[in-house]
Design a protein around this ligand. Structure first.
Ligand code: SF4
Length: 343
């Protein structure tokens, strides 16, 4: 599916969260309040032309700020603009990210005029103490209520969660994962906390009051969270920040950024999943064949076959090979988790 994203950094945000620097995250600069509508019109118009030229309809997405906290008359105008384009099939749906405390009945009523495909809530954590540290300005109850309101409209809901919040440990992070699963979201994004300049978190880091997670620890936590979400049937649609020029040039102060963070996490996920199977079958000193869908080969092996070497060493295997099996057509659009291991 094609997504046509419109980034509106900080637009609608009631305050600045302690870690947020959208200019580095999105490479876009805030749009002046009076110019937001004009800017949205221009970008929708440009995407419309692209769709017509390439004959590739897709979804319009509003990211980078707090979409539903824009003034209601702005939202009404955006709905008026998008409604006919959605009816014509130029845009197949609309998705946006927003804060849980900005999901009001009034704005939902206005947005009901559009085919909303997903609402992504910037939740970050489901621990009240950590929400307070992040200065998010809402509680876990607000998140639960927002999720329920969105689900009551039949719209899909996505949760954006953070890993490595100040004062968070493994226990509190995995509690957030469990509480998130209990909310039955359709999708989740996992973001390791990165320290950006010109933020309160950046100041804490420079004063040695905060230390971000190491890359290894962030991957370990995300891989386990991935396992928990996928076993609960929740799609994990992104792990790690989208790489860009600024991030790749390390325009941040510290933190577990890696351009292939998602891939490395999935590599570790495979390590855990296969290892669990080897443990179950008591693979010690055995001859083992792992069968997987071919498209997961690179994730399963890991860079320089690191996973293969790990399993052989850990279980003193005499032989370890990889084979492929065909995925059932009905499951083709989803990841397949079956790992067959023969002794
Ligand atoms: S609400 Fe989101 S976009 Fe706005 S300041 Fe906080 S993290 Fe940044």
């Amino acid at each position: 599916m094609v997504i046509y994203p419109i980034f509106l950094p900080f637009s609608g945000c009631p305050s600045r969260c302690i870690y947020c620097n959208q200019s580095i995250n999105t490479l876009e600069h805030p749009v002046e309040h009076e110019k937001i509508l004009e800017e949205v019109k221009i970008r929708i118009g440009a995407f419309k032309e692209i769709v017509l030229k390439n004959k590739r309809p897709g979804e319009i997405a509003f990211y980078g700020g707090t979409f539903t906290a824009l003034p209601l008359n702005f939202i009404e105008k955006i709905v008026e603009l998008l409604h006919p384009l959605c009816l014509k099939g130029i845009f197949t749906g609309v998705r946006f990210s927003t804060r849980p405390d900005a999901v009001t009945n009034g704005v939902l009523e206005v947005l009901r005029g559009l085919p909303i495909s997903m609402v992504e809530l910037g939740v970050q954590t489901l621990n009240n103490r950590l929400l307070e540290i992040l200065n998010r300005g809402y509680t876990t109850k607000t998140v639960e209520e927002a999720v329920k309101k969105i689900q009551a409209l039949g719209w899909k809901v996505g949760l954006q969660l953070m890993v490595g919040i100040p004062d968070e440990d493994r226990k509190t992070f995995f509690e957030t994962v469990e509480l998130s699963i209990a909310l039955s979201p359709n999708a989740v994004r996992l973001y390791p906390l990165i320290v950006f300049p010109n933020t309160i978190l950046g100041k804490w880091y420079e004063e040695a009051r905060f230390q971000p997670l190491s890359l290894k620890e962030a991957i370990l936590r995300c891989a386990k969270a991935l396992m928990m979400f996928e076993e609960a049937g929740v799609d994990v649609i992104r792990i790690g920040l989208q790489s860009n020029r600024a991030l790749d040039n390390r325009s941040f102060l510290a933190g577990p950024y890696h351009p292939a963070f998602g891939y490395l996490t999935r590599v570790h996920w495979w390590r855990l999943v296969v290892n669990r199977e080897l443990e179950k079958m008591e693979a010690q000193e055995g001859r083992v064949k792992i069968e997987i869908p071919e498209r997961f080969l690179s994730e399963c092996l890991g860079p320089k076959q690191i996973n293969m070497r790990f399993w052989v060493r850990k279980w003193a295997l005499r032989e370890l090979s990889i084979g492929f099996f065909n995925e059932p057509a009905t499951m083709f659009s989803k990841r397949v988790y079956i790992v067959r291991v023969n002794k």
